[in-house]
Design a protein around this ligand. Structure first.
Ligand code: COS
Length: 383
């Protein structure tokens, strides 16, 4: 359900102002400390950012996909660490419950997630199951009225600070197909569950990922998402269909930032007696970036609108994620080029964003997986 347009505009303006006036000036602190400060997180909670996509009846704002994307266009302008604080909670960490949870599960967890009392985390990837998510090996075996979980989840965003994990595990180890997979809700601190050390990454400092390990971790059988076994893989795919649009929008935001920074630099930096923005080869880079940004923004909004209208948008979401994540990679590369030597120096930040955006082409499905989803859907429709 869409918000009243005036209320949404106010929210969009507020988010844009906070990004501009608070988050961007704090980017160097995040880079240095590897963390987003607690007072910033508290303000995010007050602004309702943890509940953007959670239905109003459970304390969120219930934004539709287009509204979520429009906010991510703003949020994406700041270093990705800021979005990541609440990004999994409004995205892949909560949407499984919103889509497929029972009323009881929704009432138990969604209000806490929406308030930012707990962070939600999505646990699909494993050491031996990345792109081939269906081959996951973590098990959740019913024993009396409890599921017993064993296995390791890898690169789990926000695992170190999450309060609730949606864990995709095999409830029927005999069944190696998607039908053997179920989603189990595991609260942080449950005996038998632990997180590994925080991963050192190429970029995106301040976002936290780690392993999540289960050793005879017992949870009540009522923690089975939707109280239905064997549909977990489908839940994960549906969640990713929405999550990929969220990420595409975040890439559009980051591209806007990179282009604005590159343009400002090109207008100020003088060589051969004039601003380098006067040179047509620099203009070509700016124009290519602006054109591709426009295409990614339009594509993302179109996919979101179609999803909000009830259309199945697996293919459109994959197209948007594929194009926007590749686009921001090219834009970041050109931004470094326009900055020249300064583009390689940390204080100009552009080298940092160049590294940060690399991840977008990997997580929530690599570019190659998006290509595969798109082409398979084309073939299916044509047969
Ligand atoms: N929505 C609903 N159901 C879906 C779906 C979607 N978008 N995509 C697949 N399914 C269903 C299929 O219909 C199928 O159900 P049936 O067995 O009833 O027919 C089931 O899920 C299995 O799908 P499929 O056979 O297509 O699975 P594959 O293993 O061939 O491929 C891909 C699935 C490659 C698309 C999937 O594994 C994937 O997205 N991989 C990338 C994972 C990823 O993004 N990881 C990042 C983790 S989050 S950082």
């Amino acid at each position: 359900m869409a918000l009243d347009p005036d209320i949404f505009k106010q929210l969009e303006d507020t988010v844009a102002r906070v990004v501009r006036e608070k988050w961007i000036p704090l980017e160097d602190d995040v880079e240095e400390t590897g963390e987003v400060a607690q007072d910033v997180i508290d303000e995010m909670k007050e602004m309702g950012l943890f509940g953007l996509t959670i239905p109003e009846e459970y304390g969120g704002l219930g934004l539709n996909t287009e509204e979520e994307a429009r906010l991510m266009f703003e949020v994406g302008k700041a270093a990705p660490a800021f979005r990541s604080v609440f990004g999994t909670t409004i995205g892949i960490g909560s949407q499984g419950i919103v889509m497929d949870g029972t009323d009881e599960q929704k009432s138990k967890y969604l209000p806490k997630l929406a308030a930012g009392e707990i962070v939600g985390s999505f646990c699909l990837t494993e050491p031996n199951a990345g792109s081939d998510a269906k081959s996951l090996q973590t098990t959740a075996i019913l024993d009396g009225n409890e599921y017993v979980l064993n296995g390791t989840k890898r690169y789990i965003t926000n695992a170190p600070r999450a309060g609730l994990f949606t864990v995709y595990a095999r409830t029927n180890p005999e069944d190696k197909s998607a039908g053997g997979v179920s989603a189990i809700l595991v609260e942080a601190g449950t005996k038998g569950q632990s997180t590994g050390k925080i991963d050192k990454k190429m970029g995106q400092k301040g976002t936290q990922t780690s392993d999540l390990v289960f050793e005879d971790c017992r949870v009540p059988a009522t923690q089975l998402l939707g109280l239905e076994e064997g549909v977990g893989f489908k839940t994960a795919m549906k969640v990713l269909d929405r999550g990929r649009l969220h990420l595409a929008a975040a890439c559009v935001g980051m591209a806007r930032r990179l282009i604005d920074d590159a343009l400002a630099y090109a207008m100020e930096r003088k060589q051969f007696g004039q601003p380098i923005a006067n040179f047509q080869l620099v203009q070509a880079m700016l124009a290519d970036s602006e054109t591709e940004l426009y295409a990614a923004r339009t594509m993302t909004l179109d996919a979101c609108k179609r999803r909000d209208a009830g259309e199945k948008t697996t293919r459109a979401a994959a197209c948007a994620k594929y194009y926007a994540t590749e686009m921001v990679g090219r834009v970041a590369d050109r931004a470094v080029q326009i900055h020249g030597g300064a583009g390689y120096i940390a204080e100009y930040k552009v080298e940092r964003f160049y590294r940060d955006v690399r991840l977008f082409r990997l997580y929530e499905g690599t570019s190659q997986i998006q290509q595969l989803i798109i082409a398979r859907d084309m073939i299916k429709s044509a047969s």
